[in-house]
Write a protein that binds this ligand. Structure first.
Ligand code: ADP
Length: 427
């Protein structure tokens, strides 16, 4: 069927019962309408907003929201104030029609569907027909309907509260499990590391290492692998401790410039191996900062390590320190592959890594070689424990054009501030 301008009219049918969907779709398509179907209340709202139908047929008993609630929601939107919404429902008890009208429906058709009459009924509503109800009964239905909504809201809030408590319990069980597992792994690893060093230092092995490059490589690789594993376990332990608020800061007055120089020195070899220039700009650095030296070194080290890791050979990593609004700003800027806008929040989440991990782990590209996706999560927790803030700026990810990334950490110069810190320029 078409409107006065000759346009085919669209009917949206919101109904979860498949056989009703098929029947109505057939009937109305045959009558010349374009028919869309949604199987839930929320889905119906989305389809309605996206397709702007000329009329909506509404089941009342839907799996999520009721047909009445969907109508009330749609009526709140300017574009649906005048669109006919008609119930097509099995509910025929006394008072149901009035309750539907109180919710904003224009008509009430009951099932079983009258196959012969439906197309004409729809056409009549499209032409402006509205069901009449007794005003007193409508008023009573309005009160009943608002009470129904408040009761449902209350029970939903209670359900959410219970679900939230369950989640909190599961979360603390998970943290306890992580802590326990990591501790259990660390104990034998410490022993293995000890034995490895004994092996390396034993005169017989030392001689064999001198005589054979193969033996030397085996021992060195073994110790390196153990160190890597131990640092992964320590990261997991730290992030889980920080995440559950169990990190104690040892705050002291420190010079941000010398802290940066220390960390940069630790990465000197790594950057040279990768032919990445590692430079600092400390001219604007504030004199003093009150922070936990070791944790801040770890946080900065993660950023510099990443910057080197995600910058191809020949690139540059710059660590810049300045002060702004009573905060020290530590920025690690690289000329690497960059990070897409969509990922810029997510990279700080635990176990979030960008791109193909298989590619990372096989190190097909020399400059990458991903980790567990914990480094930035640890860094953010450390920064937050200092009442600080961390963010990344990057035009996007492009492995050819290398747009680069800049991670900035902002820490209050005078230790923890009571109020949360805002990123400069962002309200
Ligand atoms: P990972 O141990 O995998 O490096 P991180 O938590 O440190 O984990 O980083 C998460 C992800 O963020 C990385 O997998 C990487 O894809 C991306 N990333 C981090 N730093 C940079 C950077 N400087 N340039 C481009 N991508 C980065």
């Amino acid at each position: 069927m078409s409107d006065p301008n000759g346009q085919q009219q669209t009917i949206l049918y919101i109904e979860d019962d498949l056989s009703s969907q098929i029947l109505v779709q057939r009937l109305l398509t045959f009558a010349g309408y374009r028919v869309l179907v949604a199987s839930s209340g929320l889905g119906g709202i989305d389809t309605a907003r996206a397709s702007r139908p000329d009329l909506i047929l509404m089941d009342i008993n839907l799996p999520d929201l009721s047909g009445r609630e969907v109508t009330t929601r749609l009526r709140a939107l300017e574009e649906f104030r005048a669109v006919p919404i008609v119930a097509l429902t099995a509910q025929s008890q006394l008072g149901e029609r009035e309750k539907a009208m109180a919710a904003g429906l224009d008509g009430y058709l009951t099932k079983p569907i009258d196959v012969d009459a439906l197309p004409e009924q729809v056409a009549a509503y499209l032409l402006g027909k509205r069901d009449e109800v007794d005003p007193a009964a409508l008023e009573e239905a309005r009160t009943a309907y608002s009470q129904e909504i408040v009761t449902r809201l209350e029970s939903k809030i209670r359900e959410l509260e219970t679900a939230y408590k369950d989640l909190q319990r599961l979360d603390s069980m998970k943290e306890a499990f992580i802590q326990l597992t990591a501790h259990e792994l660390r104990t034998p690893l410490t022993l293995i590391y000890g034995y490895g060093q004994l092996l390396q230092n034993s005169p017989i092995v030392a001689r064999m290492m001198l005589e054979s490059d193969e033996v030397a490589n085996l021992i060195t690789n073994l110790l390196e692998a153990i160190e890597r594993m131990s640092s992964v376990i320590n990261e997991i332990l730290l992030v889980s401790r920080v995440a559950s608020g169990r990190v104690e800061l040892t705050i002291s007055a420190l010079s941000p410039a010398s802290l940066v120089e220390d960390v940069v020195e630790n990465f000197r070899r790594a950057s040279e191996t990768r032919h990445v220039t590692l430079q600092t700009d400390l001219e604007q650095a504030p004199q003093r900062l009150y922070a936990d030296r070791d944790l801040l070194k770890l946080a900065l080290g993660n950023l510099i390590g990443n910057a080197i890791k995600y910058t191809p050979d020949g690139g540059t990593v710059t660590v810049r320190v300045s002060a702004h609004n009573e905060r020290a700003l530590l920025m690690v800027q690289d000329t690497g592959i960059g990070i897409n806008k969509d990922d810029q929040q997510l990279v700080f989440e635990r176990f979030y890594t960008v791109g193909d991990m298989a590619l990372h782990s096989t190190s097909k590209v020399a400059f990458r070689g991903g980790g567990l996706g914990l480094g930035l999560a640890v860094t953010r927790e450390i920064v937050r424990a200092h009442s600080g803030d961390i963010w990344v700026d990057s035009p996007g990810r492009d492995e050819e054009k290398l747009p680069g990334s800049a991670f900035t950490v902002a820490i209050p110069l005078k230790g923890r501030l009571a109020s949360p810190i805002r990123r400069p320029g962002v309200s």
